[in-house]
Design a protein around this ligand. Structure first.
Ligand code: ADP
Length: 310
């Protein structure tokens, strides 16, 4: 998506000038979105060792073209991005209230990404995806797809797994994107049932599924079928369930927190990077936490990072 945020510029020409009764404010344009954030951080870690592809649909306008070259310059393969003539990318603006609290305004009801898996190019996309080893998506992916595309996507996931593909999933629950909690619960549980690696956050699990403890969240998700479950909880312990056992890993609280946007997305990238590099789960938690700590010490969803080493 296109991200607009207030440009941090001082000077009389940038702010405070009245134009026809309107206050002039400058906004800067960046690009982001939860799954792209993870793709970006995975690409920063893996360099060319892992072919990180990003799948979305954009338009045929100049901003869409710039988005694609920005992603590509960051090391993310953009070959599978669909371009839909006449469509324009989704957009969000970050607003900050008088207490410094950030919130988001969205213009995405007609974002072309919603059409994925139901466009004429879908068969080609599925054939290409079928050649990959891992597929990562989130609750936002599921929420924005139209019902027909979502069903086609779930069908694809079954076929992908049947031929050996692995699936990673982060709930990233955004209430406003769903018609009801019941709808969100039933669709998200279908994703848990088909994923190999679940990467939920405890906040989202309590909000949607009303669980009362991290262990209860883990038990609920493993019962649905997910084999490896990694439950993130801010500066609290990360719970990892794999091979029938749950381990708890302490997180060293960050002393320098500027902006927690993308904490979970970057953690997921570090964790995946380690697991795809055949590291064990404690090493993967360290890699995820290391990356997230670097990200929250800076402002913005997409920031430069030093890859964790193992
Ligand atoms: P989300 O962005 O999905 O809400 P969390 O807030 O649970 O994700 O954080 C994801 C990860 O980011 C945590 O598991 C931890 O590794 C790291 N993290 C978040 N907040 C802090 C913090 N205050 N100190 C250290 N690490 C943090």
């Amino acid at each position: 998506m296109i991200e607009l945020s207030r440009a941090d510029i001082s000077g009389a020409s940038a702010s405070g000038t009245e134009v026809s009764g309107n206050q002039r404010e400058l906004y800067q344009k960046r690009y982001g979105g939860d799954t792209y954030n993870t793709a970006y951080y995975l690409a920063q870690c893996a360099k060319s060792a892992i072919d990180v592809n990003y799948v979305t649909a954009l338009g045929d306008d100049t901003i869409s073209a710039d988005m694609i070259s920005t992603f590509s310059n960051a090391g993310v393969n953009t070959d599978l991005i669909e371009k839909i003539p006449g469509a324009v990318p989704g957009l969000y603006a970050i607003q900050t209230d008088e207490n410094g609290e950030r919130s988001f305004l969205y213009w995405r009801s007609e974002a072309p990404a919603r059409q994925l898996f139901q466009t004429p190019q879908s068969e080609t996309l599925k054939a290409e995806l079928m050649k990959k080893d891992w597929l990562y998506f989130s609750g936002i992916t599921l929420a924005i797809l139209y019902p027909k595309g979502r069903e086609a996507f779930f069908e694809f996931c079954q076929a992908f797994r049947a031929q050996g593909g692995k699936i990673a999933f982060d709930i990233n629950y955004r209430p406003r994107l769903w018609a009801s909690e019941d709808e969100a619960r039933s669709i998200i549980d279908r994703a848990y049932a088909i994923c190999d690696l679940a990467l939920p956050s405890y906040d989202d699990e309590t909000l949607l599924f009303k669980v009362n403890s991290p262990q209860e969240a883990i038990d609920r998700i493993t019962k649905l079928g997910a084999k490896e479950v990694v439950l993130k909880n801010g500066a609290e312990k990360v719970y990892v369930h794999s091979h029938g056992q749950t381990e708890k890993h302490a997180i060293v609280p960050a002393t320098d927190v500027k902006d927690t946007t993308s904490a979970g997305d970057s953690f997921n990238a570090g964790y995946l990077y380690a697991r795809l590099s055949e590291q064990d789960t404690p090493t993967a938690v360290k890699a995820g936490a290391n990356l997230a700590k670097q990200v929250i010490a800076q402002t913005g969803a997409i920031v430069p990072v030093t890859p964790p080493t193992f």
